[in-house]
Design a protein around this ligand. Structure first.
Ligand code: B12
Length: 230
């Protein structure tokens, strides 16, 4: 992610508080407008994702876990944030394409899809074409889709540890089916952050802690980047 000035860092943390405050008061239009106005005025879009949206969702998770908000409020914040991300996506449309492609999904019973979506958006901002299938993607079907589409990279996202067998099975099935045509696979998401060695256990080629680091690591894995940030 590009370097932020101290002033931009302060703006980011202020914006995260403002965004969250509006959402918690059920003002999603004002919340989205606050972020969109800043981005239109030149605030870096990567910082809007990584320093406003992502930490706001982490705070929502902590508040829900601590019984400070109910599940309806959490769902409202999630739905509003997906709306905001959809409004930010057009910024990806103006970036030149680099000829690389990535398939990203959340397998099996995994419902947490916003992290994977954010990762896909950062690849799009960097010129990749992405094929994002979202939550609850069946393993057998995604293996077929990958074999037919032949992307340069596959990204599998898991928040819940219960999804590990499916991630491992998909990685294995891809290698069995595609042999030396099998694309590189990255695995990431909260489960992989909690246990930093898990990506090796499931047989992936790499991991990263957030969306911009995922793009950098992908570049390194494919031999087109400067450094790995796994
Ligand atoms: C929104 C949310 C939901 C929504 C998801 C809706 C949706 N459409 O996505 C709903 C309501 C469905 C939900 C359900 C549940 N949730 Co929930 N949820 C969240 C919440 C609040 C936000 C998730 C989010 O969007 N984060 C923002 C994104 C941008 O961050 P991220 O996912 O970490 O992604 C970044 C990195 O991880 C990385 N990354 C992600 N994927 C990948 C992939 C690759 C390849 C790479 C390299 C990197 C990478 O890059 C991303 C961008 O920078 C979190 C709180 C939290 N701390 O995240 C709880 C949280 C994840 N949920 C939790 C729980 C317990 C549940 C439920 C079990 C609750 C229940 N009792 O039913 C269910 C499980 C559902 C299931 N089967 O999957 C716990 C998980 C604890 C754990 N690990 O065991 C959390 C942490 C809340 C908490 N503090 O307790 N949840």
């Amino acid at each position: 992610m590009e370097h932020l000035t101290q002033e931009q860092q302060q703006r980011a943390s202020g914006l995260k508080e403002i965004y969250l405050e509006h959402l918690l008061e059920a003002r999603r239009r004002t919340a989205c407008a606050a972020v969109l106005q800043e981005v239109e005025a030149g605030f870096p879009i990567s910082a809007a994702y990584l320093r406003v949206i992502q930490p706001a969702m982490y705070t929502v998770g902590s508040m829900w876990q601590n019984n400070e908000i109910d599940i309806t409020t959490e769902h409202y914040c999630t739905a509003a944030t997906q709306l905001l991300m959809a409004q930010l996506f057009p910024y990806a449309l103006v970036q030149p394409r680099n000829g690389l492609s990535m398939i990203g999904c959340c397998l099996g019973s995994e419902l947490h899809e916003m992290g994977m979506r954010m990762v896909c958006d950062f690849f799009e901002f960097s010129g990749w074409d992405t094929y994002f299938t979202g939550a609850v993607t069946p393993g057998d079907d995604i293996v077929r889709a990958i074999a037919s589409r032949e992307p340069d990279l596959v990204c599998l996202s898991a928040t819940m540890f219960t999804g590990m067998p499916q991630v491992r099975d998909v990685v294995h099935a891809l290698r069995q089916r595609m042999k030396d045509r099998a694309p590189k696979v990255m695995a990431g998401g909260l489960a992989f952050m909690v246990n930093p060695n898990l990506w090796r256990v499931v047989g992936a080629d790499g991991t990263a802690r957030n969306a911009p680091q995922a793009v950098a690591t992908a570049g390194a894995l494919l031999g087109i980047g400067k450094t790995a940030h796994a």
